[in-house]
Design a protein around this ligand. Sequence first.
Ligand code: ADP
Length: 545
Amino acid sequence: MGLQNYNLQERSFAQAMAEISVIIGPENLIQDPEKVRIKSEDIIPRTRQALAFAYPANIEQIQKILAVANQHLLPIWPVSQGKNWGYGGASPSENGTLVLGLEKMNKILEVNTELAFAVVEPGVSFRQLHSYLIENNIPLWIDCTDGPPEGSVMGNSLERGIGETDYGDHFGNICGMEVVLPDGTMLRTGGGPMENFRSWNTYKWGVGPSLDGLFSQSNFGIVTKMGVWLRPKPEKFLSCLFELKDPKNFSLLIDGLRHLQLQGVLQSKVHLINEVATRAVSVEDYNDPEQTLRGYKLPSWSFAAGLYGSNEQVRINARSIRAVLGPLGTLQFIDETKLKIINGLSRRLRSWKNKKALSGLSDWICQTLIGKPLPLMEILPHIHAIEQGYPNDHFVKHAYLKSKTPKPKTGDADPVRDHCGLVWFGPMVPLTGPAVSELLAIAEPLYKKFNFEFYVALMVGNARTAIVLLSIFYDKTNPTETARAENLYFALGKITQDQGYQQYRTSTLYMDKVFANAPEFLGFCKKLKKAIDPNGILAPGKYGI
Ligand code: ADP
């Protein structure tokens, strides 16, 4: 762009800001460069700088902002809570974009107990929806992630995040969206009318082309309402913890998990983590891991899951799981009674550990009687909670693995504030032992080459697919290490893409490359984009579109 055009563009953007300020009120428009810089930060190695942050309060304001954006060719990046940590947070995929934060639109519009669904606005967080159900004594459970409890139900679903329970396929469990299109017109997915659409939140496919997918991992519209299916509180719930005995049996474990998932015995979104990941979630002081571990050897692989159903179903499923996985390692099922014992014991051991004279006794009991270091035992209640859709930030703390800031207390984790460095990379692979092992064998040498710890948290995306969630932890205050982390990230992207793997979602860093191996697919998306958003104002560059 010539200098003259550039100045014209700048003037036009200033005019657009002035108009948007009138629409939403100046207090809802952040333009101060330092505040904008801080808000554009994330824990990934590099983010793009937003132009400003705007917080509309309703659909009418969104429509007016879109009109201004179309007039001035101002790019807009919608976020719900903007806590998409490790994938870019609230930052856009191109510099100079206005971020449209929808957190003020945070009403729970409906909870239908009989049909087990809720209708939410963009800003509704996991914690808010969960608390609402508890406070109103509604016998429904949400599914949350092990990420920030203040993340939005909508943002995570639209990015196709994976949770924990049998309702953990978040995009799979939304039903009916209301969308504002780039030209300001409105649409309800499912093929129904804007008002009085009776099966909007109950029958996902509606009639005609199914449009929901168009508004996920894309830039075709701003979603303003969404139906989300909830889990009826089961008669019986158990959390379950498995530790693999011999790493040589990893392939058998994967095949066992597939068998249990295909049979419907184990339906929760199993998170199978390696030793580095276990250390990240359990060790209290990363500079002195022995302080926590006291010689205890962490399992090479372990997973947590939940069992849901009638008393009988859960009993039978637990038995089937034991039959398949029992020979491969240790399996532990936790119910409310056992949880109380664990909680009581942990509290007692923790209080001893904090007293100089009794600290040794506390360690001895953990090591010899329980066979687990105390912090590992203290994780169990958090697993038990999250498998019931109870959001908490205990697991967010593992983002501090390479941070200079000490791990905060549960409830105070904010990896962006504390300059943590972490970027997620989640290629998908068929859920078979050999296929998963093959992918790990491609990725691990790269971690060695770039000198990072090989962190794996494999998620069972469905009975046929594993999402091999890899993460790069780095010290963000060290520019050389940050650059090295970014190089590893791109190297992982390239090698896996060349071999036919695709990511289940990606960060703003990789969006321009994610379809490098699928030009036909990208070409079709671009054709649609031109038709729906001729001025290209909505989230340009999102997923390369
Ligand atoms: P979280 O809820 O985890 O904080 P975000 O709000 O950051 O998630 O949303 C993740 C991504 O999903 C955003 O970067 C944006 O691309 C997309 N997104 C979020 N909310 C909307 C929405 N209401 N309409 C369209 N896209 C959205």
